[in-house]
Design a protein around this ligand. Structure first.
Ligand code: UDP
Length: 243
């Protein structure tokens, strides 16, 4: 890959903005290429630094992009700023829109059965020319299921994997070699938002980069997970990337 990369605690991020990455992904789909993309936030980076297997799986990705203001701040701390934050949910929306305009097909894997069904139903309405190749809930037996086989047969252009971390990237990395086409992307809790069961922060909070605070207020049980943010920034202050 020719694009510049920025080393954030040994996860290599592509220095791309939203438009760049959309153009790259569109071209790869049109050229019938297979792509594994990770939208990484500080939680993913910290998890990868504790879990060697997860780090190896993330390193298999063709592209890693900055999802979360923490990553942007971290890149500034080391004097190698990434251009902008690209929230995974927004990238998914852009891909669905592009998919509808270009008559692509999509597969939805993850979340509870009623959530994935509703997410598919809403996508059909909002993106009428997108072909829904198939879907499956995210609670299945990893050692015995037909999901990989189904994806292999259907050859969807977009495969959204909403299993949360580290499951989604692990699932993609584990099975990637079997597929020969499609964009595989882990999208966390995005189906819950698409289904309308979880709301994103109001625009003003998003603009002020305070979406994390809004989520914390709505789901106070997340506070433990949020502790990762200050820890991540402290690690970045001490981090000296090689090369
Ligand atoms: N999820 C799933 N299978 C699992 C665990 C979680 O499909 O075994 C789904 C869950 O229903 C939710 C999504 O993964 O829709 C994201 O979960 P979580 O909020 O834990 O992850 P985050 O968005 O914080 O990465």
């Amino acid at each position: 890959m020719k694009e510049n990369k920025v080393n954030i605690l040994n996860v290599m991020f592509n220095s791309v903005n939203r438009e760049n990455i959309l153009n790259i992904l569109t071209k790869r789909i049109e050229d019938n290429m297979k792509t594994f993309l990770v939208t990484a936030n500080p939680e993913i980076v910290m998890q990868a630094n504790q879990d060697h297997e997860y780090m190896k799986n993330i390193q298999q990705a063709d592209y890693v992009i900055a999802d979360g203001i923490g990553i942007i701040i971290g890149s500034k701390i080391i004097g190698d700023p990434l251009p902008e934050r690209i929230p995974g949910f927004e990238l998914m929306q852009e891909l669905l829109k592009k998919g509808s305009d270009s008559h692509w097909s999509a597969y939805f894997l993850g979340a509870k059965q009623e959530v994935v069904e509703k997410a598919v139903e809403n996508s059909k309405q909002q993106y009428p020319n997108l072909k829904i190749a198939g879907f499956h809930n995210g609670f299945f037996d990893w050692d015995s299921n037909q999901i990989q086989e189904e994806i292999k047969q259907l050859k969807p252009d977009l495969i959204f994997v909403a299993l949360g971390l580290p499951r989604q990237e692990n699932f993609i990395a584990k099975n990637l070699a079997q597929f020969d086409h499609g964009l595989f992307i882990g999208v966390g809790g995005s189906f819950d938002v698409l289904a309308g069961t979880v709301k994103r922060a109001p625009i003003i909070w998003q603009k002020l980069n305070l979406e994390w605070l809004y989520r914390l207020m709505k789901q106070p049980s997340r506070w433990r997970r949020m502790l990762v943010l200050p820890l991540f920034l402290m690690r970045m202050l001490q981090f000296k990337p090689k090369g």
